[in-house]
Design a binder for this molecule. Structure first.
Ligand SMILES: [Zn+2]
Ligand SMILES: [Zn+2]
Length: 309
């Protein structure tokens, strides 16, 4: 009996070691393979800020990485978070504003140069296919040199399988369900929040949206709400040159701290994470005071790049 058991044990150990090797960087991000982790890769907005990259949020489930938005420097932020730089499991774009997509070409091409061999799935609003096609056309000379020159890059690894989405369940695979929720974001025809349900956590990522109470019904029972925010007390026309429309713009495109406090008091997440921080000079304390003023008494934190929850 033991003559069979020993070789089988070694065979099994080789499989275990191979698996550990492939997912070693991921293993550090989650204590258990089935535990879901949110990693804030970019908590900023369009303004270049050394301490807050443009929006990008990773949700990790086991060895799978789901990326929400691709702000500039997204590959650098993935590297900083010790996440794969050779492609994510799937990308989800909330809307096509440049601060959410300037890292898209970075993700497409750097992941390829770093070893991606297969097309990567990307989900997002109508227009994402055209953006993708145009980016690939813009980099056609790079693609040609890398494939036909001495680098011998693979011929499929820069490609993207684009899924232009409407509302509802858009992803149901690997134990993860992702639902797209249309949200109002000023003049944008299509902007989405995403709800992510894994076996152990439910998360809602707002993307860019004004105060939108409809989110309450889509957010039932969530553990984590990752929501954009601006400081209401700092929006004053006199604080900005030619800023007479500024408060109106903010109200129609974004959600203030006080409004978010009200929204969170209705949703009641176990944890509220503020991101896409439009501070205009406001401190963490000022933002969190706004949240309290709005009526949310639960746990709320100001997000920082590379924080994990
Ligand atoms: Zn934005
Ligand atoms: Zn936007």
């Amino acid at each position: 009996m033991k003559y069979f058991t020993i070789p089988i044990f070694f065979f099994f150990m080789i499989f275990v070691l191979l698996d550990i090797d492939q997912s070693s960087s991921i293993a550090q991000t989650s204590a258990r393979k089935d535990s879901t982790v949110v990693v804030l890769l970019g908590t900023g907005m369009p303004r270049p800020n050394p301490n807050a990259a443009s929006p990008a949020t990773a949700v990790i489930y086991g060895k799978y990485v789901f990326l929400f938005d691709a702000g500039s420097c997204v590959e650098r932020q993935l590297a900083a978070a010790n996440l794969p730089i050779n492609g994510v499991t799937a990308l989800f774009i909330t809307h096509l504003h440049s601060d959410h997509t300037l890292g898209y070409p970075d993700l497409i091409f750097t992941s390829w140069v770093m070893g991606r061999k297969n097309p990567m799935p990307a989900y997002g609003p109508k227009g994402l296919q055209r953006m993708t096609d145009n980016l690939i056309a813009a980099y056609s000379e790079d693609i040609d040199v890398r494939i036909n020159g001495l680098e011998h890059q693979t011929t499929e690894g820069y490609k993207i399988n684009v899924h232009e989405i409407e509302s509802g369940l858009i992803y149901d695979s690997l134990g993860v369900r992702i639902t797209a929720i249309p949200v109002p974001h000023g003049n944008w025809k299509k902007s989405y929040a995403y709800r992510i349900d894994t076996p152990d956590k439910s998360i809602l990522i707002s993307g860019d949206t004004c105060y939108y109470e409809e989110l309450v019904k889509h957010a039932a029972g969530i553990d984590i709400l990752v929501h954009e925010v601006y400081s209401e007390s700092r929006v004053k026309p006199e604080n900005r040159e030619g800023g007479e429309d500024w408060p109106k713009y903010m109200k129609e495109f974004h959600t203030s701290d006080v409004e978010l406090g009200k929204l969170a008091s209705l949703i009641k997440p176990k944890l509220l994470i503020l991101y896409h921080l439009i501070r205009m000079g406001a401190s963490d304390e000022e933002l969190l005071n706004g949240i309290r003023k709005g009526g949310f008494t639960g746990r709320a934190v100001v997000g920082y790049d590379l924080d994990r929850y």
